[in-house]
Design a protein around this ligand. Sequence first.
Ligand code: NHR
Ligand code: GAR
Length: 208
Amino acid sequence: MKRIVTLVSGRGSNMQAIHAACVQQGWPAEVVAVVSNRPGAGALDYAAQQGIASAVVDHRAHASREAFDAALADVVDGFEPDLVVLAGFMRILGADFVQRFEGRMLNIHPSLLPAFPGLHTHRRALEAGCQAAGATVHFVTPELDHGPIVMQSVVPVRPGDDEHTLAERVLATEHGIYPLAVRWFVEGKLQVVEGRVHQADGASQVWL
Ligand code: NHR
Ligand code: GAR
């Protein structure tokens, strides 16, 4: 069984989608922990309800980014993960943290990368006049939102959209693509060649 540790900061709907798919579809994997940098994160309530171990590493309790990263890495390592899944995790991780888990850490970012890395993606996509938006599952590398792309979803931008309506439309697709990407990882079906991700069965890596 592959051990999945999820890192969250908020409600954790992506973490829940992954946990539910893992249980319902009988993956050779288990979500062993939910780790949050925010004590009040809704994701922690879900973990408690489901009997998933959880931990809080509050970034405000650490004097520097390096100290936070080191504490977080120790907690995550303690759960002996085969895969670390960032699911709405909102702290930038330093190179030391990333290198400790490189090749076994995924993130979902709510834009069509390489467009709009960083924060406020939906607002920036609307301001740019984009006609399409989406989400990207990628391997985490030290450079923010720049790792090899596992899968993307595409949705239309509709007249009258604001960042909330667009975020909601994109989020619904995140709950489709993130569990699929994690399933591929735990089934050993992802291979990274020259910075590009191949799916062993030739399954489509875009959700339209
Ligand atoms: N770390 C690395 N090294 N590489 C990535 O690809 C990462 C990462 C850490 C988080 C998720 C993320 C995203 O998908 C992620 C990807 C937070 C920020 C940010 O600016 C940016 C990107 C992402 C998450 N955070 C502020 C900070 O100073 C704090 C914001 C807040 O607390 O609300 O860390 O886009
Ligand atoms: C998701 O839309 C995710 O893509 C995004 O935050 C939301 C978290 O929702 N992530 C980022 O913006 C990372 N910077 P969730 O907590 O319900 O999964």
